[in-house]
Design a binder for this molecule. Sequence first.
Ligand code: FAD
Length: 553
Amino acid sequence: MADISSETPVLIAGGGPIGLALAADLGRRGVATLLVEERENKVNPAKMLEVSVRTMEFCRQLGVVDKVRNWGFPRDWPLDSVFVTDLQGYELGRVRMPALQDQACLPVSPERGMPCPQTWFDPILQDYARTFQHVTLRHRVKLENFVQDTGGVTATLRDQQTGRAETVSAKYLVGCDGFASTVRDLLGIEIRGEPHIDWSMTIYLRIPDLPSQHDKGKAFRYVFVGPEGTWSFLSIVDGKDLWRLQLVDLDEGRLQNADIPALVRRFMGRDTAYTIEDKNLWVRKRTVADRFMDGRVFLAGDAAHAHPPNGGLGMNTGIQDAFDLSWKLAAVLGGWGGEALLESYDVERRPASARAAEVSLKNYRRLVSAAQRAEINSPTPDGDAARRVIGERLVEENEKTWHPVGVHLGYIYHPSPVVVPDGTCKPGDDTFGYRPTAFPGARAPHVWLAPGKSILDLFGHGFVLLKFSDVPTDATERAAAIRGVPLKVHRVEHGEAAALYARALVLVRPDGHVAWRDDLQPSDPLALIDTVRGAGPRIAARRGRSEVMRHVV
Ligand SMILES: Cc1cc2nc3c(=O)[nH]c(=O)nc-3n(C[C@H](O)[C@H](O)[C@H](O)COP(=O)(O)OP(=O)(O)OC[C@H]3O[C@@H](n4cnc5c(N)ncnc54)[C@H](O)[C@@H]3O)c2cc1C
């Protein structure tokens, strides 16, 4: 029997990285939030190791990016990915990535992706979320059930220690409860794709001073290729002596009975001292839920889409969900967002997530695609030839996996009910390279306005109207004020930025995506504001440049 009753505007089920990111961003936006996590407050071992450039940009918005940058990964540790037969054997090829201290700034972002295992990353988000008195994080509390009606959601929670049940009323519920999502199951939402590609086993190994035991140099990961193709990868976790070995196999039984000493000897090419810190068996999958929302209930992160981890897109894509949803919830709870704003979450995030999941699967296929080569270990000219062919192919293909700025920055919300098209064609989708664009729906592109100050630093709270000439903005500001929409106008006198944004006026949303752009104020500023806040009839794209948006003021 439920014996306690409380209320909260937003209830989050699941305190993995996505639930924590959502709680943190809602906290920053002043939204009272309760997060419940069924586990105790401990992340061990880390699944996620690589934080993407876009996630780093969000961390910059939250003001925690320095913590993520400086958690302790050695700045002189090269981040190469090296294809080898074993650590004493042949090097087949290498995808180079300099050590943090040697990396140049990316021209397209004020940040760079970087290694930061979940064991460090999650606590950074958690500590930040806890700085807000209106955010409550409760561990060992499971969401068991909920019902919703037009007024809200009533959830049943159970304390995992005492067994006591309680009910909580929330305006909105977000299921950040992972692939086996209770929230998604209770909603009866199906998942599509490949729920079972194959099995994998992850083994965490403490290996003292591994780099001194071979001649391949320090690297972020070694990929081991045998006569049967790629059979495992070994990645550095803590920049010291904790390594993660991932085995690839189709057979659960074989993985479960894996002879770990023999595997370690195989990848080392000799005996070595090590301890096993942890191991777990998991299923590789690529799934996307049919819907990311139902009424007042939303799905985010692995609950909505699950990816093969190759290329580090799982959590990083989920973090984008959190940042898309959080300002929309804040807007609706704050009284200035309309119903279409919440509905746009599904319209925007489902295709973007499906895109990333597809790329993750391709990454995985490329990594394990080396054809079987009986000669791979042969000390003969035929062996040399085989190794050259395999190595070149692996390097060429996997550069796309590990340096894919396009997949992280190039997702565009188009079409979206809360983005106003400008009549130009959507740029072609490139999941590898990234060409900055201020096309409506795209992530507003980065430019340094001054040393250390990116144009991205202007975004993140309310809407921002960038003004690249002296065109008036008074009517738009008035319309925003009438509707209670937070809007700041920034006059930007910067040639490179003006060229990149390509219009005199560019309206950027609180999540840093372009909502509208034109050379003149809209003919009907209220219609524009109503569209982008999800409370009006959608403004159509104009032919050539939008007729609806013609300047009349
Ligand atoms: C080996 C491996 C390596 C990976 N590497 C990367 C990487 O480098 N980069 C990357 O971006 N991604 C990576 N991923 C993927 C990444 O780990 C996931 O995408 C990410 O953890 C998803 O976060 P989440 O918060 O959605 O779900 P989860 O991390 O699964 O968290 C969900 C949480 O919800 C809790 N929960 C479940 N049900 C309930 C309930 N009913 N009530 C309360 N709480 C509940 C669970 O206890 C859990 O803590 C990797 C995955 C694996 C397996």
